[in-house]
Design a protein around this ligand. Structure first.
Ligand SMILES: NC(=O)c1ccc[n+]([C@@H]2O[C@H](COP(=O)([O-])OP(=O)(O)OC[C@H]3O[C@@H](n4cnc5c(N)ncnc54)[C@H](OP(=O)(O)O)[C@@H]3O)[C@@H](O)[C@H]2O)c1
Length: 274
């Protein structure tokens, strides 16, 4: 899995913006983005439709091969029953125009028993409709509850949670828990929904390094071993900057300065959600 991908939340919500959003995702693929995150929730299927159109155009144009892309989507908790999960997955596959979703996540915990969701996810892997399954917004205790349900079937491949310089809570116990089990943490809202891009102190430090504040925020998140970030961007300059952040290596002085500006957690706090 690449360490940096593209988010699509807020895409597919307005018909008038669809062409620009398809163009942005196409541009992202042409630039080299390979991991793209979406969900049936985003624009109630609209973001998957945007992504599907962009993928189809990119494949037709020869910008990328299907096997180079890593497409992530998510099932709504209210659909995540034994029967509802495969039905939702089929609807997502249709909107995406794909035969397989590379990683399919339970968006957050809902009222259906986890047992049913895990069984449904493992059955989807067995049928080849998804390559892997995982979860999102699961705290350490949720992961502990999930672990014994996995049995001998395919295991949970990732946990997507809110992690940024502004929200470092998962670094306390969740990230170590996932790391010990070789499970990647996918950091959502890694620029705090754009807020870190205009953070003055971060901007000053970034400027000294010849970076933008958003790039420094992203480099800081993916500097943690086992973390993948999925910033959302539509603007071309943002797409470029964010992709370039994937190759940045921050030295110990910079990481220490970032710890001073945004201290790591000292105790366990409940997982934050957006
Ligand atoms: N699993 C979950 O429950 C969950 C929850 C939230 C998000 N997510 C996923 O994570 C993705 C990312 O999170 P997010 O969209 O909430 O927030 P984000 O990626 O932290 O921030 C996105 C915002 O930052 C702006 N931005 C991006 N790059 C920038 C740059 N280089 N300089 C300045 N501004 C920049 C974007 O502007 P432009 O668009 O105008 O370029 C957009 O307004 C989502 O799109 C979604 O796929 C998952």
């Amino acid at each position: 899995m690449p360490v940096l991908g593209l988010g699509t939340w807020r895409m597919g919500e307005t018909a008038g913006r669809q062409a620009a959003e398809v163009a942005a995702v196409r541009e992202a693929i042409a630039m080299g983005y390979r991991l793209i995150d979406t969900a049936e929730m985003y624009g109630e299927g609209g973001a998957e439709t945007v992504l599907g159109q962009a993928i189809a155009e990119a494949l037709r144009a020869g910008d990328v091969r299907r096997d180079e892309l890593f497409i992530v989507s998510k099932v709504y908790p209210h659909n995540a029953s034994r029967r509802g999960t495969p039905e939702a997955c089929e609807r997502s596959l249709k909107r995406l125009g794909l035969d397989t979703i590379d990683l399919y996540l339970l968006h957050w915990r809902g009222s259906h028993p986890l047992r049913e969701t895990v069984d449904a996810m493992q059955a989807l892997v067995a049928k080849g409709r998804i390559a892997r399954w995982g979860v999102s917004n699961f705290d350490t205790d949720d992961m502990e509850e999930l672990a014994p349900l996995i049995g001998s079937g395919p295991g949970c491949a990732a946990n997507q949670v809110y992690l940024s310089l502004g929200e470092r809570g998962p670094e306390f116990s969740l990230l170590p828990w996932l790391r010990e089990r070789g499970m990647p943490l996918m950091a959502y809202s890694p620029i705090d929904q754009g807020a870190l891009a205009s953070d003055h102190a971060l901007g000053e430090l970034a400027g000294r390094l010849g970076l933008t504040a958003a790039q420094l925020a992203l480099a800081a998140v993916i500097a943690r071993p086992g973390v993948v970030a999925i910033p959302k961007a539509v603007r071309s300059a943002h797409l470029q900057q964010n992709l370039a952040a994937a190759d940045l290596k921050l030295d110990a002085d910079v990481l220490a300065e970032l710890d001073r500006l945004h201290p790591p957690p000292r105790r366990k706090a409940p997982l934050a959600m957006i």
